[in-house]
Design a protein around this ligand. Sequence first.
Ligand code: HEM
Length: 144
Amino acid sequence: MSAKQGTLRAGMAIVLSLLVACANNGSSTLYEELGGQQTIVQLADHFVMEIAYDNRVLPRFMDSNVERFREKIIEHFCWIADGPCQYTGDSMVQVHAGMDINSAEFNAVVENLIAAMDKTGIALSAQNRLLERLAVLRPEIMGI
Ligand code: HEM
């Protein structure tokens, strides 16, 4: 490799690392991209309301403690988005085991979440990042 090629490569490596640093914005956790704790609390409140008005899934929550659900969902979203929270609820398998949740119900809850994210004003890119992290929990929640 000539000296000129070597300089070119070193230059490109610097440009590339700068691009990577910029793309990451220095410090962009999903928690920050979502808008932090205040936004997550608003999101949880909208989410609870969406479920409360959805007859496809509301019967499932009839025996649940809404205040606990709200509190644990806030912790869960914060934790899954790499925010400064500890999730203190039960595991997704433990909570949903035996409920025999079907895919229509799972999809309905995802629709509720999307509507809640829209109402909270969360940007599409952050919505997609959160959905991606929740989608992988599907087998744990549906028990398959
Ligand atoms: C992305 C999907 C979902 C996530 C992330 C999720 C997450 C959670 C969390 C964090 C809790 C609180 C756990 C605790 O109290 O320790 C919970 C409770 C609950 N979830 Fe889910 N869930 C999802 C989907 C569903 C679906 C599709 C249904 C049924 C249609 C459902 C029904 C319930 C019920 C009934 C409770 C309350 C359980 C109780 O009162 O003991 N969830 N869920």
